[in-house]
Write a protein that binds this ligand. Structure first.
Ligand code: SF4
Length: 92
């Protein structure tokens, strides 16, 4: 008789775990160059996150839409464009 083992699969952890939200959300007085560098760093972190797609989908479905920050490897402007792209795709 085979012995039953109880294994629980390790839950994927977000890559941003332990990072400050200031990496994802800039300050009001942040320069454009600094914002671009910060966002690029955040997006690289998201790109290797095992929860990226779920994070992005959740963020795209959020109402009201979050106008700031990097989530799911997209800036708010990129998410806004993705919402519009998906709306058009759903009409066809
Ligand atoms: S994809 Fe979402 S959960 Fe993953 S690192 Fe980026 S913000 Fe965090």
């Amino acid at each position: 008789m085979a012995r039953r083992t109880t294994q629980t699969a390790a839950q994927p952890q977000p890559a941003c775990r332990g990072y400050s939200w200031s990496l994802f959300y800039g300050s009001d007085d942040e320069s454009k160059d600094r914002a671009a560098a910060r966002e690029a760093t955040a997006k690289r972190l998201c790109a290797r996150c095992p929860m990226r797609q779920a994070c992005l989908d959740e963020e795209l479905a959020r109402k009201p839409f979050d106008q700031h920050g990097v989530r799911g490897a997209m800036t708010a402007d990129e998410r806004r464009a993705e919402i519009a792209r998906r709306a058009v795709a759903n009409q066809t």
